[in-house]
Design a protein around this ligand. Structure first.
Ligand code: AAT
Length: 290
Protein backbone atom coordinates (compact mmCIF):
# COMPACT_ATOMS: atom_id res chain seq x y z
CA UNK A 1 0.00 0.00 0.00
CA UNK A 2 1.25 3.50 -0.80
CA UNK A 3 1.04 6.22 1.79
CA UNK A 4 -0.98 9.33 1.15
CA UNK A 5 -1.30 12.62 2.96
CA UNK A 6 -4.99 13.14 2.95
CA UNK A 7 -7.73 12.05 5.33
CA UNK A 8 -11.31 11.47 4.42
CA UNK A 9 -13.55 14.44 5.31
CA UNK A 10 -15.55 12.65 7.96
CA UNK A 11 -17.04 15.80 9.52
CA UNK A 12 -18.66 18.30 7.24
CA UNK A 13 -20.30 21.72 7.54
CA UNK A 14 -23.08 22.32 5.04
CA UNK A 15 -24.84 25.56 4.13
CA UNK A 16 -28.02 24.53 2.44
CA UNK A 17 -30.34 26.97 0.64
CA UNK A 18 -33.75 25.33 0.99
CA UNK A 19 -35.42 27.71 -1.40
CA UNK A 20 -33.19 26.82 -4.36
CA UNK A 21 -32.00 23.34 -3.25
CA UNK A 22 -28.34 24.23 -3.60
CA UNK A 23 -25.55 24.27 -1.07
CA UNK A 24 -21.86 24.33 -0.23
CA UNK A 25 -19.87 22.12 2.13
CA UNK A 26 -16.47 21.97 3.68
CA UNK A 27 -14.59 19.65 5.99
CA UNK A 28 -14.39 20.72 9.64
CA UNK A 29 -11.73 19.59 12.07
CA UNK A 30 -13.24 21.09 15.23
CA UNK A 31 -16.61 22.46 16.36
CA UNK A 32 -15.26 25.24 18.54
CA UNK A 33 -18.44 26.90 19.81
CA UNK A 34 -22.18 26.57 19.55
CA UNK A 35 -25.04 28.40 21.22
CA UNK A 36 -28.73 28.91 20.61
CA UNK A 37 -29.29 32.54 21.62
CA UNK A 38 -32.53 34.44 21.97
CA UNK A 39 -32.21 35.37 18.27
CA UNK A 40 -30.29 32.68 16.37
CA UNK A 41 -27.96 29.72 16.53
CA UNK A 42 -24.28 30.63 16.51
CA UNK A 43 -21.62 28.13 15.42
CA UNK A 44 -17.88 28.52 15.01
CA UNK A 45 -15.86 25.77 13.34
CA UNK A 46 -12.23 25.15 12.52
CA UNK A 47 -11.79 24.20 8.86
CA UNK A 48 -8.57 23.16 7.11
CA UNK A 49 -9.26 25.20 3.98
CA UNK A 50 -10.91 28.41 5.22
CA UNK A 51 -9.64 28.78 8.80
CA UNK A 52 -12.31 29.64 11.38
CA UNK A 53 -15.82 29.73 9.98
CA UNK A 54 -18.70 31.53 11.74
CA UNK A 55 -22.31 30.74 10.85
CA UNK A 56 -25.72 31.91 12.05
CA UNK A 57 -28.57 29.43 11.66
CA UNK A 58 -26.32 27.41 9.33
CA UNK A 59 -25.56 30.35 7.00
CA UNK A 60 -21.91 31.45 6.67
CA UNK A 61 -21.42 34.95 8.07
CA UNK A 62 -17.68 35.11 7.78
CA UNK A 63 -14.47 33.07 7.72
CA UNK A 64 -10.78 33.79 8.15
CA UNK A 65 -9.61 33.04 4.61
CA UNK A 66 -11.62 35.60 2.67
CA UNK A 67 -13.45 37.88 5.13
CA UNK A 68 -11.21 40.76 4.04
CA UNK A 69 -13.06 41.18 0.74
CA UNK A 70 -16.47 41.90 2.26
CA UNK A 71 -15.14 43.96 5.16
CA UNK A 72 -12.87 46.14 3.01
CA UNK A 73 -15.55 46.74 0.40
CA UNK A 74 -18.31 47.74 2.79
CA UNK A 75 -15.97 50.15 4.63
CA UNK A 76 -13.40 51.78 2.38
CA UNK A 77 -15.65 52.76 -0.52
CA UNK A 78 -17.69 55.17 1.66
CA UNK A 79 -14.82 56.16 3.99
CA UNK A 80 -12.65 57.28 1.07
CA UNK A 81 -15.52 59.36 -0.31
CA UNK A 82 -16.21 61.29 2.89
CA UNK A 83 -13.71 64.20 3.12
CA UNK A 84 -13.08 63.77 6.86
CA UNK A 85 -14.93 60.83 8.47
CA UNK A 86 -14.98 61.19 12.26
CA UNK A 87 -18.11 59.57 13.60
CA UNK A 88 -19.22 56.22 12.21
CA UNK A 89 -22.19 53.98 12.98
CA UNK A 90 -22.01 50.28 12.08
CA UNK A 91 -25.27 48.33 12.31
CA UNK A 92 -24.96 44.52 12.59
CA UNK A 93 -21.40 43.25 12.04
CA UNK A 94 -20.88 41.94 15.58
CA UNK A 95 -17.86 39.92 14.41
CA UNK A 96 -15.93 43.22 14.30
CA UNK A 97 -14.50 42.95 10.77
CA UNK A 98 -16.12 46.16 9.55
CA UNK A 99 -15.08 48.06 12.69
CA UNK A 100 -11.49 46.86 12.15
CA UNK A 101 -11.47 48.33 8.62
CA UNK A 102 -13.13 51.60 9.70
CA UNK A 103 -10.45 52.14 12.34
CA UNK A 104 -7.72 52.00 9.70
CA UNK A 105 -8.80 55.58 8.93
CA UNK A 106 -6.95 57.82 11.39
CA UNK A 107 -9.54 60.60 11.12
CA UNK A 108 -12.16 58.36 12.78
CA UNK A 109 -12.70 59.40 16.39
CA UNK A 110 -15.65 57.23 17.30
CA UNK A 111 -17.35 54.08 16.02
CA UNK A 112 -20.70 53.01 17.43
CA UNK A 113 -21.42 49.33 16.75
CA UNK A 114 -25.08 48.44 17.13
CA UNK A 115 -25.43 44.65 17.12
CA UNK A 116 -28.68 42.90 18.01
CA UNK A 117 -27.08 39.85 19.63
CA UNK A 118 -24.49 40.37 22.37
CA UNK A 119 -23.52 36.69 22.09
CA UNK A 120 -22.17 37.29 18.56
CA UNK A 121 -19.75 39.90 19.90
CA UNK A 122 -18.73 37.67 22.81
CA UNK A 123 -18.16 34.66 20.54
CA UNK A 124 -16.15 36.77 18.08
CA UNK A 125 -13.96 38.17 20.86
CA UNK A 126 -13.33 34.67 22.22
CA UNK A 127 -12.90 32.68 19.02
CA UNK A 128 -12.32 35.02 16.03
CA UNK A 129 -9.43 37.20 17.27
CA UNK A 130 -8.14 38.13 13.81
CA UNK A 131 -11.50 39.65 12.93
CA UNK A 132 -12.69 41.07 16.26
CA UNK A 133 -9.59 42.62 17.84
CA UNK A 134 -10.56 46.27 17.25
CA UNK A 135 -13.82 45.84 19.21
CA UNK A 136 -11.70 46.53 22.32
CA UNK A 137 -10.42 49.83 20.93
CA UNK A 138 -11.46 52.74 23.22
CA UNK A 139 -12.87 54.58 20.17
CA UNK A 140 -15.56 51.85 19.91
CA UNK A 141 -18.89 52.01 21.72
CA UNK A 142 -20.86 48.74 21.73
CA UNK A 143 -24.65 48.90 21.79
CA UNK A 144 -26.81 45.77 21.91
CA UNK A 145 -30.12 46.65 20.31
CA UNK A 146 -32.15 46.31 17.14
CA UNK A 147 -30.38 48.72 14.77
CA UNK A 148 -33.63 49.80 13.12
CA UNK A 149 -34.84 51.21 16.47
CA UNK A 150 -31.46 52.55 17.53
CA UNK A 151 -30.85 54.66 14.42
CA UNK A 152 -34.25 56.37 14.60
CA UNK A 153 -33.24 58.51 17.61
CA UNK A 154 -30.53 60.44 15.70
CA UNK A 155 -30.60 63.48 13.46
CA UNK A 156 -27.52 64.90 11.65
CA UNK A 157 -25.27 62.84 13.89
CA UNK A 158 -23.00 60.56 11.85
CA UNK A 159 -20.53 61.07 8.99
CA UNK A 160 -20.79 57.44 7.88
CA UNK A 161 -23.37 54.67 8.42
CA UNK A 162 -22.59 51.07 7.38
CA UNK A 163 -25.20 48.30 7.32
CA UNK A 164 -23.43 44.96 7.88
CA UNK A 165 -26.60 42.94 8.19
CA UNK A 166 -27.68 39.31 7.96
CA UNK A 167 -29.83 38.44 4.95
CA UNK A 168 -33.36 39.90 5.00
CA UNK A 169 -34.74 36.37 5.04
CA UNK A 170 -32.79 35.33 8.18
CA UNK A 171 -33.29 36.16 11.87
CA UNK A 172 -34.02 39.87 12.38
CA UNK A 173 -32.07 40.95 9.28
CA UNK A 174 -35.27 41.99 7.49
CA UNK A 175 -35.65 44.95 9.86
CA UNK A 176 -32.54 46.42 8.21
CA UNK A 177 -33.97 46.31 4.66
CA UNK A 178 -37.11 48.45 4.97
CA UNK A 179 -37.56 51.86 3.35
CA UNK A 180 -38.38 53.35 6.75
CA UNK A 181 -35.06 52.09 8.10
CA UNK A 182 -33.11 53.56 5.16
CA UNK A 183 -34.98 56.84 5.69
CA UNK A 184 -33.97 56.88 9.35
CA UNK A 185 -30.34 56.31 8.31
CA UNK A 186 -30.63 59.29 5.94
CA UNK A 187 -31.90 61.44 8.82
CA UNK A 188 -29.14 60.24 11.15
CA UNK A 189 -26.43 61.32 8.69
CA UNK A 190 -25.08 64.87 8.62
CA UNK A 191 -24.75 67.03 5.52
CA UNK A 192 -21.75 65.25 3.96
CA UNK A 193 -22.98 61.89 5.21
CA UNK A 194 -22.22 58.70 3.31
CA UNK A 195 -23.75 55.26 3.67
CA UNK A 196 -23.11 51.74 2.51
CA UNK A 197 -25.25 48.66 2.96
CA UNK A 198 -24.85 45.04 1.96
CA UNK A 199 -27.53 44.50 -0.69
CA UNK A 200 -27.40 40.73 -1.49
CA UNK A 201 -26.47 39.35 -4.93
CA UNK A 202 -27.86 39.06 -8.47
CA UNK A 203 -28.12 35.27 -8.95
CA UNK A 204 -30.03 33.60 -6.10
CA UNK A 205 -31.12 36.75 -4.26
CA UNK A 206 -31.91 39.04 -7.14
CA UNK A 207 -35.35 40.08 -5.90
CA UNK A 208 -33.89 41.24 -2.58
CA UNK A 209 -30.99 42.96 -4.33
CA UNK A 210 -33.41 44.91 -6.52
CA UNK A 211 -35.69 45.72 -3.61
CA UNK A 212 -32.88 46.92 -1.36
CA UNK A 213 -31.34 49.05 -4.14
CA UNK A 214 -34.72 50.51 -5.03
CA UNK A 215 -35.54 51.42 -1.44
CA UNK A 216 -32.14 53.04 -0.91
CA UNK A 217 -32.39 55.02 -4.16
CA UNK A 218 -35.92 56.16 -3.23
CA UNK A 219 -34.49 57.58 -0.02
CA UNK A 220 -31.07 59.08 -0.80
CA UNK A 221 -30.09 61.78 -3.31
CA UNK A 222 -27.31 59.59 -4.69
CA UNK A 223 -27.36 55.76 -4.72
CA UNK A 224 -25.00 53.47 -6.65
CA UNK A 225 -24.76 49.69 -6.54
CA UNK A 226 -21.26 48.17 -6.55
CA UNK A 227 -19.93 44.61 -6.70
CA UNK A 228 -17.11 42.39 -5.49
CA UNK A 229 -15.97 38.75 -5.51
CA UNK A 230 -16.92 37.24 -2.17
CA UNK A 231 -16.34 33.48 -2.24
CA UNK A 232 -17.63 33.02 1.32
CA UNK A 233 -21.18 33.91 0.26
CA UNK A 234 -22.76 31.51 -2.16
CA UNK A 235 -22.71 31.84 -5.20
CA UNK A 236 -19.52 33.92 -4.89
CA UNK A 237 -20.28 37.49 -5.85
CA UNK A 238 -21.84 40.20 -3.73
CA UNK A 239 -23.27 43.71 -3.92
CA UNK A 240 -23.36 46.71 -1.68
CA UNK A 241 -25.07 50.02 -2.28
CA UNK A 242 -23.27 53.29 -1.67
CA UNK A 243 -25.60 56.20 -0.92
CA UNK A 244 -25.18 59.79 0.20
CA UNK A 245 -26.78 63.20 0.62
CA UNK A 246 -24.51 64.89 -1.93
CA UNK A 247 -21.20 63.08 -2.51
CA UNK A 248 -20.73 61.02 -5.65
CA UNK A 249 -18.69 57.79 -5.36
CA UNK A 250 -16.86 58.43 -8.65
CA UNK A 251 -16.87 62.22 -9.20
CA UNK A 252 -15.86 62.94 -5.60
CA UNK A 253 -13.26 60.17 -5.45
CA UNK A 254 -9.61 61.16 -5.04
CA UNK A 255 -7.40 58.15 -5.93
CA UNK A 256 -4.40 59.94 -4.44
CA UNK A 257 -5.86 59.51 -0.96
CA UNK A 258 -5.89 55.72 -1.44
CA UNK A 259 -2.37 55.69 -2.86
CA UNK A 260 -1.14 57.55 0.20
CA UNK A 261 -2.98 55.28 2.66
CA UNK A 262 -0.42 53.65 4.94
CA UNK A 263 -2.50 50.70 6.21
CA UNK A 264 -2.43 47.25 4.65
CA UNK A 265 -5.37 46.36 2.38
CA UNK A 266 -5.77 43.10 0.49
CA UNK A 267 -8.64 43.72 -1.92
CA UNK A 268 -9.52 47.39 -2.16
CA UNK A 269 -7.37 49.96 -3.95
CA UNK A 270 -8.03 53.02 -6.15
CA UNK A 271 -8.56 50.82 -9.23
CA UNK A 272 -10.95 48.43 -7.51
CA UNK A 273 -12.88 51.44 -6.15
CA UNK A 274 -13.72 52.66 -9.64
CA UNK A 275 -14.09 49.21 -11.23
CA UNK A 276 -16.57 47.97 -8.64
CA UNK A 277 -19.16 50.49 -9.89
CA UNK A 278 -18.94 49.11 -13.45
CA UNK A 279 -21.77 46.63 -13.44
CA UNK A 280 -22.31 43.64 -15.75
CA UNK A 281 -25.11 44.10 -18.28
CA UNK A 282 -27.60 41.79 -16.53
CA UNK A 283 -27.10 43.56 -13.18
CA UNK A 284 -27.65 46.99 -14.77
CA UNK A 285 -30.81 45.59 -16.31
CA UNK A 286 -32.03 44.11 -13.02
CA UNK A 287 -31.69 47.37 -11.10
CA UNK A 288 -33.30 49.41 -13.86
CA UNK A 289 -36.42 47.21 -13.79
CA UNK A 290 -38.61 49.18 -11.44
N1 AAT B 1 -19.39 40.97 8.99
C1 AAT B 1 -20.07 39.96 8.28
C2 AAT B 1 -21.09 39.30 9.17
C3 AAT B 1 -22.41 39.55 9.10
S1 AAT B 1 -23.28 39.15 10.48
C4 AAT B 1 -24.58 40.30 10.56
C5 AAT B 1 -24.98 40.60 12.00
O1 AAT B 1 -26.19 41.38 11.94
C6 AAT B 1 -25.31 39.39 12.89
O2 AAT B 1 -24.38 39.32 13.94
C7 AAT B 1 -26.72 39.67 13.42
O3 AAT B 1 -26.90 39.33 14.77
C8 AAT B 1 -26.84 41.18 13.19
N2 AAT B 1 -28.22 41.67 13.07
C9 AAT B 1 -29.28 41.06 12.46
N3 AAT B 1 -30.38 41.82 12.56
C10 AAT B 1 -30.01 42.94 13.25
C11 AAT B 1 -30.72 44.09 13.69
N4 AAT B 1 -32.02 44.25 13.43
N5 AAT B 1 -30.02 45.05 14.37
C12 AAT B 1 -28.68 44.91 14.63
N6 AAT B 1 -27.98 43.82 14.24
C13 AAT B 1 -28.63 42.86 13.56
C14 AAT B 1 -23.08 39.95 7.83
C15 AAT B 1 -23.33 38.71 7.01
C16 AAT B 1 -23.87 38.98 5.63
C17 AAT B 1 -24.46 37.69 5.12
C18 AAT B 1 -24.62 37.71 3.67
N7 AAT B 1 -25.14 36.45 3.20
Amino acid sequence: MTENNYTLPHTIFTEYDKLHNVGVFTEITNHIYTEQTEYQRIDIYETPTFGKLFSLDGVIMTRDSDEFVYHEMISHIPLFIHPDPKKVLVIGGGDGGTVREVLKHDSVEKVVLCELDKKVVEAALNYLPNISYELKNPKVELVYEDGSKFVSQFKDEFDVILIDSTDPTEGEGGLLFTEEFYHNCFEALNENGVFSAQTEEPFLKKEWMKRAYKRISNTFNIARLYMGYVPQYMPGTWTWTFASKNLDPIKDFDPERVREFDKELKYYDEEVHVASFSLPVFVKKLISEF
